[in-house]
Design a protein around this ligand. Structure first.
Ligand code: UDP
Length: 319
């Protein structure tokens, strides 16, 4: 197989590239290094089956050539991270929508399969937990930057489904929940690398809001393995899948576990959302996936639990 990964120098994309190379694929990566990094793919450059292009997913002729060359497209390129989204909503919306339009449009011409990476953020602040793929999406007002990300990714999903229904483009949509592991940076907001960095530096560990909000964290390798399996499953075409862990933890408790895993003396401090993000910022209070659909289709089971995730990530960040 020849596989294209848009956003392949990102945290998840670079892990996906590794797994596809192990499968024996010829792998093509395109990334504009906006939130990705050349360091993420440095170790892959010597592999003759690995090819990369530093360019934007919005560069139509470049994407056209890459889509032409490949059998399957993993579309991961997107503006991500709560910090970035709030600071630059224009870029978030245009990268996420225009980039996906280009990938889908070109893939349909050549009848290539597309795996679209979406996000648990599309569920927004729905109070119903756990989240199922068929649930309603509950988003906040349009003057709150945060929701532009959810909305742009929901449009991506609508587009993918529309191309499938109207033009039989084979698409698989994966809604990724909080995913963690080596090479993830805390620079764009992601909580675990941020807190570990603070703990290792002996700086205050920052818990936003009351710390009673919860998330569930999956290990990146479990997630990329599932993405590959779904791309191979014939009956997954035209379907949406939650991928993540269902081991729920409050952020307050997470901070205590990070402190312990890092053997740190840092104090844990609470910071208001207004101070951390923007005035009127609304957080998602609970976020847990129902993963029974992925379990049924591909036997998905997140193997690495939170304790293992923290141990591996602390080890990596210490190095
Ligand atoms: N968070 C925190 N301290 C930080 C960064 C994030 O308490 O330094 C909180 C954030 O407010 C949210 C949770 O951790 O409730 C997860 O944040 P992240 O940005 O990693 O992902 P989200 O699930 O919000 O997209």
């Amino acid at each position: 197989m020849r596989s294209l990964i848009t956003g392949g120098a990102g945290f998840i994309g670079s892990h996906l590239a590794e797994v596809l190379l192990e499968r024996g694929d010829e792998v093509y990566v395109i990334d504009d290094l906006s939130t990705g990094s050349i360091l993420n793919i440095e170790h892959l450059k010597t592999n003759p089956e690995f090819n990369y292009t530093i360019d934007s997913v919005m560069n139509y002729p470049v994407i056209a050539e890459l889509v032409d060359r490949c059998d399957v497209i993993f579309h991961l390129a997107a503006a991500v991270g709560v910090n970035l989204i709030i600071e630059d909503p224009v870029r978030t919306i245009s990268t996420n929508i225009r980039g996906t339009e280009i990938v889908l449009e070109l893939s349909v011409k050549k009848h290539k399969k597309v795996v679209l990476a979406s996000t648990s953020e599309v569920y927004g602040k729905t109070p119903k937990v756990p989240f199922c793929e068929g649930d309603d999406l509950v988003l906040g007002p349009t003057n709150m930057g945060r929701w532009s990300y959810a909305c742009s990714k929901a449009i991506d999903e609508f587009l993918a489904i529309a191309w499938w229904k109207q033009y039989s483009l084979p698409v698989v949509i994966v809604r990724l929940f909080n995913t963690v592991g080596p090479r993830q940076t805390g620079r764009y907001g992601m909580v675990i690398p941020r807190l570990i960095e603070q703990a290792l530096a002996g700086e205050p560990i920052t818990v936003y809001g009351s710390g009673e909000q919860s998330r569930s964290f999956a290990y990146v390798k479990d997630i990329v393995d599932a993405i590959v399996k779904l791309s191979e499953a014939e009956r997954a075409v035209g379907e949406i899948f939650n991928l993540g862990s269902d081991e729920e933890i409050t952020i307050g408790e997470l901070a205590r576990r990070v402190k312990e895993a890092a053997g740190s003396d840092s104090e844990i401090v609470n910071i208001s959302y207004d101070e951390a993000y923007e005035e009127g910022f609304e957080d998602v209070l609970r976020r847990v996936p129902d993963i029974s659909k992925a379990r049924e289709y591909i036997g998905f089971e997140p193997k690495v639990k939170l304790a293992g995730i923290l141990r591996k990530t602390v080890e990596y960040m210490r190095e």
